[in-house]
Design a protein around this ligand. Sequence first.
Ligand SMILES: Cc1ncc(COP(=O)(O)O)c(C=O)c1O
Length: 454
Amino acid sequence: MAKPKSSRSARGPKIVAVPPGPKSKAALARKEKFITNGVRVALPIDVTWAEGPFVRDADGNVYVDLVGGIGVQTVGHRPPSIVRAAKDQLDRLTHVSFMVATYGPYLDLAERMADIAPPGLTKSIFLNSGSEAIENAVKVARVATKKAWLVSFKTAFHGRTLLDISLTGKEKPYREGFGPLVREVLLADYAYPYRDPEGRAPADVAKARVEELERLINVPEAAGRVAAILAEPVQGEGGMIVPPKEFFPLLRRLCDQYGIVLIDDEVQAGAGRTGKMWAIEHWNTVPDVLVSGKAIGGGLPFGGVTGKPSVMDAPGPASLGGTFGGNPVVCAAALKAVDEIEKALPGTKRLERQIRQRLDEMAESHECVGEARGIGAMWALEFVKDRRTKEPDADLARAVQLAGLKNGLMLLTAGFYNNCVRLLPPINIPLPLMDTALDLLGDSLDMALAGKGR
Ligand SMILES: Cc1ncc(COP(=O)(O)O)c(C=O)c1O
């Protein structure tokens, strides 16, 4: 098959066979036959190539990618420097296991993480996914505090292992039937002003939520036994929930008061996604442990835990690890990914302004948009059936997603009620292309509404 032309010359999306085209349909039939039903594919296309902000399917359709492999391709698909670093590393050393011998890329990345992490977080371990990193962060916090209980939020997402799903409140699809789960977990309400039942001002929501949390950690079975609070600085799967600026400083204060480890889950919101290297920087808060993943790997599987030595050095020798964690090829790619993210960060302010303005306009002109919200390059439209009751409209979110695909736009849904469409563009997407993508999003919304006779 002829190699696709470089997308650098491409101006935008191109639909030549209404998706799913015949080749994508054939791939989906194979998926049904050979892949477990437990893995759902959100978009009915078979992808063969991607570069920068573009993805091409087997039928020749080209899409603007606002999914980025679920928030991984923060600097676009296959930046040349990352590809080159991974290829060079493949030619030297693919695997020896850091539990067997040290090697440069792991040490270089650990040094780099100490450099870019919030102050005082200088010690790391690298794993293969965000889920595995969360597991390790919790192990470290438990051994450091000699306590067992954990606090997370009902609208949170921290991964797919049995511990990770114990830390999420969304029963379906994440937990249903998979129990028994880890019992020592308290699920609190995140500061989510749009859905505050009393409609309070954001600062008051933050304060009320942390007060509730304090009552929660003092329930008899957990009182004095809470090891860690896990929090996303902006909730991703929950629906791009940006907390009020008061929320994290209050959480920090609570953790200090009770000797609780604050675990900052930056797997989705970190690594430049919100316009700063770490989203928690927006909240002027220093966590004890920071969990990274997704974009840091530059497209290769990655998870990282970076924290204060007082916490990270608590586990005994040989108690942490994994055969592949911090693989040399992944670490070599990650070092370049960090460079590329740093280079792209200054452009995110303009991108954020553009997206905010266009989504606000969409919200103003469409009753079905309950809220448009986000930060940096992490955005959502939350759809409702009625603006007053805020009854979630998950069907509309799915319809917009599918209409988007027909228009050449890759979108994901999100939200505790599955009623959000989320946008995760590369932070270095050219502004005119983002404008085109937002036009297409508006068209897709109108198409979806027309399809429902609204
Ligand atoms: C905030 C957050 N934490 C953890 C994870 C789990 O990461 P992974 O899918 O790499 O295991 C995700 C994945 O979406 C996430 O968004």
